[in-house]
Design a protein around this ligand. Structure first.
Ligand code: 13P
Length: 349
């Protein structure tokens, strides 16, 4: 199957009432793990690359690896997504390379660290929307600012510093015409999200529900959504790791989000932990090993297990064959003639 537009993938998820995991990749084994999990569970999927990933792997290597995935698994709809684009230029380069979806994270300035103004965010996001939609490419925007830092991108600090204001979310969606909206509800990137199992004082599901009430048809995106399971932390620490005690986003909270408009769920840290734990275990228990395949194979299998579990928990499992891909050129026509709406449905307060 050719790569599909993320808009189509999320529209279908909305129809089916499920969420779609968006998994970060840097290398071949991670892409293979995701595709093996997608095949095992018959799931559509978003494969996403941050700027850091594009630099690490080199653009063309990563692009062609994801293309290889679409050739090898023609039955699986895959959207190729730029995670946290920091500028119009970053998004433009991803689109020109062949990505079918981009995130313009205008919640931060181009340095990827300093929170921007609402007006700056709207201006740069709208510019990306105009460029992307003319080419049939999906755009995710962000309103409010996530906590933590990932791949050098992020404001740092706690996720509670810039929680999304529902009124601003409505205005932002109206002014930009984004296809998907990332919101800040107290989560942050990385392993250290919460110092205990999160409750409503730190994980603002009430804000998410309030935004969904005002924007009932807008595809919401949850970033920083790794659950950081204790068993994965334990494997890392059992074999020489030094992770401090930490909590992520419980899966049942993500499922509550999915019942309230969340269609895309970003997961990176859980896969990093799974791979690192598996690699540590081999190197710790079998120190005579030196063939990278001896630890990369279990690492790939460990990641496949986590991804397959999330696909089942998010509800995308079983939905790969529900629809035929619409070409990116047709999607571009849809934006141009208005059959693909970009103006959100707004409910009264
Ligand atoms: P985690 O660090 O929770 O996996 O979040 C990843 C993410 O949101 C990527 O954009």
């Amino acid at each position: 199957m050719p790569l599909v537009s993320m808009r189509q993938l999320l529209d279908e998820a909305a129809k089916g009432g499920y969420g779609v995991g968006a998994f970060n990749v840097n290398d071949m084994e991670q892409i293979q793990a995701i595709m093996a999990a997608a095949k095992e569970t018959n799931s559509p999927v978003v494969i996403q690359a941050s700027r850091g990933a594009r630099a690490f792997a080199q653009d063309r290597f990563l692009f062609h690896l994801i293309l290889a995935a679409s050739e090898l698994y023609p039955e699986i709809p895959i959207a190729m997504h730029q995670d946290h684009g920091n500028s119009f230029e970053t998004c433009k380069s991803a689109i020109e390379l062949g990505y079918t979806s981009v995130m313009m994270d205008g919640s931060l300035k181009e340095d990827g660290k300093t929170p921007s103004s609402f007006e700056e965010n709207v201006a740069v996001t709208k510019k990306v929307v105009d460029f992307a939609h003319a080419r049939g490419v999906t755009v995710e925007g962000e309103i409010g600012v996530l906590g933590g830092i990932e791949d050098g991108h992020g404001a740092g600090g706690s996720g509670l510093e810039h929680v999304t204001d529902p009124d601003q979310a409505v205005e932002f969606a109206e002014l930009t015409g984004v296809d998907a909206l990332a919101i800040a509800i107290g989560t942050s990137h990385g392993a250290y999200k919460f110092s205990k199992k999160p409750d409503g004082s730190v994980l603002k599901m009430d804000v998410l529900i309030a935004i969904h009430k005002r924007l009932p048809n807008t595809h919401l995106v949850m970033h920083g959504s790794s659950s950081v399971p204790k068993d994965l932390q334990d494997i890392v620490n059992q074999y020489g790791g030094k992770l401090k005690e930490t909590w992520g986003v419980p899966v049942e909270e993500i499922q509550l989000g999915i019942r309230n408009g969340v269609r895309k769920i970003n997961v990176d840290t859980d896969n990093r932990l799974a791979m690192t734990g598996a690699i540590r275990k081999v190197l710790w228990t079998q120190p005579e090993k030196f063939d990278p395949r001896d630890y990369m194979k279990p690492a790939r299998e460990a990641m496949q297990k986590v991804v397959a579990l999330r696909m089942t928990q998010f509800g995308q499992a079983g939905h790969a064959g529900d629809y035929a891909p619409i070409s990116i050129a047709e999607i571009a026509k849809g934006y141009a003639d208005g059959t693909l709406t970009t103006q959100p449905l707004v409910a009264a307060k």
